[in-house]
Design a binder for this molecule. Structure first.
Ligand SMILES: [Zn+2]
Length: 510
């Protein structure tokens, strides 16, 4: 009996775990058996692999072929084990040398014609492989760019099983034979997103966006359609600090798992804006076999924007509650549970009424006071409770449309960066790095402002503000003080923060 072992990677959430694929040939009548807790897609690998080998002009051993995936305790799912299975079988039957098998990771699905097809989650799989000490990888050619994001690994792209056989014979597919598109090193995608210079008017809302960015506060924009809620929300990632290398890899790994295009490594925090008709599964993650990350995980270390937020189903909104607290989401399946990171900054937008025009002068809104109230109430409770800043947007006045270009994102981003730096110094030695994350107890005990608390006391006694609301005001007051470069929030910072919490226009007095 002859034996060979190839290595692939199983994914538990974003964590890649090495899976040994052991092929034993001989010792029984010709047939192929696959053991080691495979799921249906993987069980079909047996037939895909045999067909791919045949159509590549090679022979599948006419003996008993036993393929064992270990550790057996780990449920294995997906079709990316195909190339590893074939590598082990071909090495065991002496068709290819086994020298390169140790320390090489095999990832790719096989077509019946022998082509290598791209797989979901390649980046996290390779990160797991590198962490496990594997130094070489054979991946589908179209994913060479994604694979090259993992430094310190030799990556070979293969278009087909025939390419893989060449590589295992020590004759790697020459790079010149590969189209530039396939191997172009993934550019570090630093393309500036949409710019705030394109948004005219709405000075208060622009300021609210800047404060939200500076302190990492969740923010709620409400106002008539066309006032610029979406334009502003889409520009939030452009004024947030860039991601570090590790963070950028983490964000890109989730994109890869979610089956989204991976075009290089982006240092820009991501923006995820699911439609209000999105299912709970597409929002928080799910799926029958290996649960896929949802929109909230794609927004990890970036922004989750819920436009027309009251139109989301109550179940979808409720499903955000735990991730908002914990920064992650756990999905349970029969085969076990998977946890994906989901530490996002929330931006909600809503119209004033179902038709949208209740606050527009001269409009023909026919919504009744009751429907308007019901509409607003859909957002109440756990979600609004997490919002630090509420900002109303008035319909744009015509004068603004011919306004000069507004301040560009780069200038705002610089102020945000300096404010974040101040928070970093003040919060050094704590588990938090931004004002938006600091818990109420710490705020009230160690960071109580010396001025302006009388305003808060009055708001509480008038029933305008809850105890939780006081914490939110204090968080925003600190961010205002950080943006102004002061050491302590002033009475004016506290008053402004209170107005931002209550959603009043900044010009109105408390
Ligand atoms: Zn209306």
């Amino acid at each position: 009996m002859s034996l060979a072992i190839a290595t692939s990677i199983g994914l538990i959430g974003v964590r890649g775990v090495p899976i040994e694929i052991e092929a034993a040939i001989g010792g029984g009548l010709p047939r192929t058996i696959l053991v080691g807790l495979p799921d249906t897609a993987l069980y079909e690998a047996r037939d895909r692999c045999r067909a791919a080998v045949a159509s590549s002009g090679l022979a599948w051993p006419a003996q008993l072929v036993t393929i064992n995936l270990s550790p057996a305790s780990l449920p294995k799912t997906g079709s990316h084990y195909d190339v590893g299975i074939v590598a082990a079988v071909l090495a065991a039957s002496g068709v290819v040398p086994a020298e390169l098998l140790p320390a090489t990771v095999f990832l790719g699905e096989l077509g019946l014609d022998g082509r290598l097809r791209p797989v979901r989650g390649l980046l996290p799989a390779l990160l797991g492989a590198r962490a496990a000490g594997l130094v070489r990888a054979i991946v589908p050619m179209p994913q060479v760019g994604e694979a090259s994001l993992v430094e310190g690994m030799t990556v070979w792209g293969a278009r087909s099983l025939a390419d893989m056989v060449e590589i295992l014979h020590g004759r790697p597919v020459p790079v010149s034979a590969v189209s530039a598109e396939d191997t172009a090193p993934a550019p570090e995608n630093a393309a500036p997103g949409k710019d705030l210079a394109d948004v005219s008017g709405q000075p208060d809302a622009r300021w609210a966006l800047e404060v939200a960015a500076a302190g990492r506060h969740h923010v709620f924009f409400h106002g008539a359609p066309g006032a610029g809620k979406t334009l502003l929300a889409e520009r939030l990632p452009g004024i947030l600090p860039e991601l570090g290398l590790g963070e950028a890899l983490e964000v890109t790994a989730i994109r890869s798992l979610a089956g989204l295009a991976v075009e290089g490594l982006s240092r820009r925090p991501p923006l995820s804006s699911p439609h209000h008709s999105a299912s709970v599964a597409s929002l928080v993650g799910g799926g029958p076999r290996m649960p896929m990350p949802g929109a909230i995980s794609v927004a990890h270390r970036g922004v989750l924007f819920l436009d027309e937020a009251p139109e989301f189903s109550p179940r979808a909104l409720e499903a955000l509650r735990v991730p908002l607290e914990s920064g992650e989401v756990t999905l349970s399946r029969a085969a076990g549970q998977v946890t994906y990171p989901a530490r996002f900054q929330l931006v909600l937008a809503a119209n004033p009424c179902p038709c949208g025009y209740a606050t527009t002068p001269g409009s023909e809104c026919r919504c009744t006071p009751l429907t308007i109230r019901r509409y607003a109430e859909r957002l109440s409770g756990p979600i609004l409770d997490r919002i630090d800043i509420q900002q109303q947007l008035r319909p744009l006045r015509r004068a603004y449309l011919t306004d000069e270009r507004a301040e560009p994102s780069a200038a705002v981003a610089e102020r945000v960066r300096l404010a974040r730096e101040r928070q970093g110094w003040r919060l050094a030695g704590t588990p938090w790095s931004t004002n938006g994350e600091v818990p109420g107890a710490h705020l009230r005990r160690d960071l109580a402002p010396r001025e302006g608390t009388d305003v808060l006391d009055r708001a509480v006694s008038r029933g305008q503000l809850s105890a939780r609301g006081v914490d939110k005001v204090l968080r925003v007051a600190w961010t205002l003080c950080d943006l102004a470069g002061r050491d302590q929030p002033s009475g004016s910072d506290v008053r402004t923060a209170l107005l931002m919490r209550l959603g009043h226009e900044l010009s109105s007095a408390v």
